[in-house]
Design a protein around this ligand. Structure first.
Ligand code: PGA
Length: 250
């Protein structure tokens, strides 16, 4: 069965102290909520260990990237096995900010996906088109190559450890959300690509999250769409009261 997931992406925000106090606040809110969503918090590396141990299984923690390498002389980098050793269960890969500011390409991401799966981490793989690509009507092609080049070497069994996040770049941090119809159209297309490659059972099971200015006021409308299985939430995941409203919207 397809999982319903609300994942936060804190990006480069919050000191460790602020992260811990967010965790305390969020746990109380999750305890009081009857949402059945799986809650994931994508936090900076320095928060992983502490937040994983504080979670009481009410949420899981996720890194926001990992190295393509297993270990060695790569100053400043963090490997998937180091992430797994903290108690984190997820890694966000291929976020458009990593693609833009760190020049990550689909081939690098294919390697990172492999590393994470070897360490039994679940990957939240981000894909999304730029505004110019949508305007030029190439958005379906862009998404197809982002998925096929980084993921389609995986076996059907490995695909059960991958979650997709569709995040149109023009909607990230801009306040402009894709309409629920635009989101549904792309999510259905993504699912059809999985069906073509892996068959119906796998495509029915893959969770496809929407990301890009998702907030309490629009989450429910987005989540009501048939192929939208939750969200990857940036700005609105920094505030426990906004974040729980999105969790409740599931
Ligand atoms: P946003 O970010 O919700 O602030 O638009 C989403 C993301 O970048 O994952």
């Amino acid at each position: 069965m397809r999982k319903k997931i609300v994942a936060g992406n804190w990006k480069m925000n919050k000191t460790l102290e602020k992260g811990v106090s967010f965790s305390d606040d969020l746990k109380q809110r999750i305890n009081a909520s009857d949402s059945e969503a799986i809650v994931v918090l994508g936090v900076p590396y320095i928060h992983l260990d502490r937040m994983a141990h504080l979670s009481n299984d009410l949420y899981s923690v996720s890194a926001q990237d990992c190295s393509t390498k297993e270990s060695g002389a790569f100053t400043g980098d963090i490997s998937s096995s180091m992430i797994a050793s903290t108690g984190a269960q997820y890694v966000i890969l291929g976020h458009s900010e990593r693609r833009a500011y760190h020049r990550e390409n689909n081939a690098d991401l294919a390697t990172k996906v492999d590393r994470c799966l070897l360490d039994a981490l679940t990957v939240i793989y981000c894909c999304g088109e730029q505004l110019e690509e949508r305007e030029a009507n190439t958005h379906f092609e862009v998404i197809k190559s982002q998925l096929s080049e980084a993921l389609f070497h995986l076996t059907a069994e490995q695909m059960s450890s991958v979650v997709i996040a569709y995040e149109p770049v023009w909607a990230i941090g801009t306040g402009v959300t894709a309409s629920s119809d635009q989101a549904q159209e792309m999510h259905a297309y993504i699912r059809s690509l999985f069906e073509e490659k892996y068959g119906k059972a796998i495509s029915d099971d893959v969770s496809i999250l929407y990301g890009g200015s998702c907030k309490p006021s629009n989450a429910e409308e987005l989540f009501l769409k048939e192929d939208v299985d939750g969200g990857l939430i940036g700005g609105a995941s920094l505030n426990p009261s906004d974040f729980i409203q999105i969790i409740d919207a599931i």
